[in-house]
Design a protein around this ligand. Sequence first.
Ligand code: ADP
Length: 646
Amino acid sequence: MVVSSSFSRPRTPALRLRRLLSRPGFYLFATGLLMVLGFVLAHRLSERSGREQLSALSTERLELYASNLAAELGRHASLPSLLAIDPTLQALILSPQDAERRRLASQMLARVNVRAGTHQIFVADAQGQVLSASEGLTPPARLPEALAQGRSHFFAADPGTGSTDFYLLHPLRQANRPVGVIVVRFNLAPLEATWVDLGLRSQGERILVADDQDVVIMSSVQAWKYAVLDHADPSRRQALQASARYPQAIGPDLDLPVTLEVHQGQQVQLPLPGISASRPMLAQQRQLVPLGLRLVALSDLTEVRQRAQLAAWGGAAFGASIGLLALYLSSRRRALRQLFKAQTDLQQTHAQLEQLVDSRTAELRQTNDALKSQIAQRLQTEGELLQASKLAVLGQMSAGLSHEVNQPLTALRALARNSIRLLESGRQDAVAANLQIMDDMVERMSQITRQLKSFARKADEQVTGAVPLLDCVRNALLLLEHRSRALDLQADITVPAGLRVRAEANRLEQVLVNLFGNAIDAMQNEPERLLQVQTVSLDAGRRVLVKVQDSGAGVSDEQLQHLFEPFFTTKPAGEGLGLGLVISAKIVHEFGGTLRAERLQHGMSFEFDLAVDRIAPHGQAEPALPLEGAERARGGPALFGEHQDV
Ligand code: ADP
């Protein structure tokens, strides 16, 4: 059953949080969020602080303007009351129609006007008719209204100059009855001019003064002059126009909120002359209660907004950097964790590998030990096999020997009996001839015994001997003589007579006996039976290749592969051990050569190389056997026959 890991792990909130914190996507999302937050927060904060700063500055300025205006207007506030006690004017009031008194009063007023720096001073009767003035003038249209209302001041426009003037009034009484009024006129144009100048120089700040009708009577922006602060419907606009308080037509509505906060200010949108779009402005007002005026300061918020936008981008960048920093730290932490894990894995793998190597080494050591013991066993077995092979050869030889010895023994018995009879008949010469034959036969038998003895002798360890190759070949053939003769074998031996090889004679003969024996076996059922022994000089005469070829049945390709394997034999049970070639190859190997087998078209070829000890001075290959070649061997008594002359 497959159980997924999501089921196997409990999902606690802490685990969930940790998994969330390990995801890069989370940090990217958080970065985006922080950017937006930073943007909004920085914008808000910057805008608020900008507005506060602007508001504070504007409030200060507003106070300054207000005090300026109040100071300007209040500078001569006591002048009318001082004039009221002047005897000249007192006299005029007593007889207002007296021309002389009017003239004197006018002279006095002209002097005071110049000295005080006011615009005009005049005295009017209770109906507003000018009695005496600092200069010739037309009283303002609002004067009768102001007198009727008992006002101490009023603003009125001068249609001639287009400026707004301030009028200060002081009633003249007689017996507690108003008989006239002293009017001092101030021109506010210079003050307004400084504001206009200020407005031109400062792009960010505008100032305006509205009267009790909410109509702008002074402004640093000329276009706003005589505009309505808030909103005037047509009837109000008409009434204002008809009031004759303003020298020109009532301007457009400024749409400022009627209730403006004094200090906090309020954001408004105002169209500025020369600028198509209306601009955001901070509006603050200051009441000049005694004068019934309102002073409004308008500060441009564009710069504050621009700064807020910059700060917002800064905040967004800050938020982004915090998010990215967190992402970097998390990635770094993850990378470090992975690195640590990889290191741990590597160490584990290393430890496992070391364990594996240790166990493999131990296994190899065991295998090595087993191999060593196997090799030792094999060597022992080989030694035993060698001995067994020798015994097998000995068995073969003893079989041949008994066969070969029986014949001469029978002949010897016959010759001995024959000789007795010849002695009895006195045929001494015939007896002598018989004895000669008997001697030859005994010599032949002792020769065979010698071979047997030399074969049975244990081989020397050191291959130091210089062995005559031809003698070995002869001896080997001699040992197999009984078999070759029975098969009518043809032998062709071409070996240089003086050729000596570095070998051990017994063992070399053992090899040759084995090869010849195999060849004889293979040729047993063949019509043609030819055994060839040849030598080929190798390595500039330092080595010699001995070739043993037969015309036997040969072996198949498959069998060829197994010839040198122990116990490989094609011979019937009891005849072949399958050890001959193995042992022969080993012996040749000990002599420093290699035994090889090759298939011929008819038969087999075995060859092995040996180191040459020396070659007889005549150096010619001599006919190997005194059998005078194959012809003599064929069908004849062969090596052990009475014609043997080896
Ligand atoms: P054995 O003679 O006891 O069988 P050997 O090792 O001498 O053992 O030979 C192994 C086998 O090689 C033989 O059984 C035979 O089949 C094959 N063989 C060896 N020499 C020859 C040869 N000259 N011609 C054909 N077969 C051969």
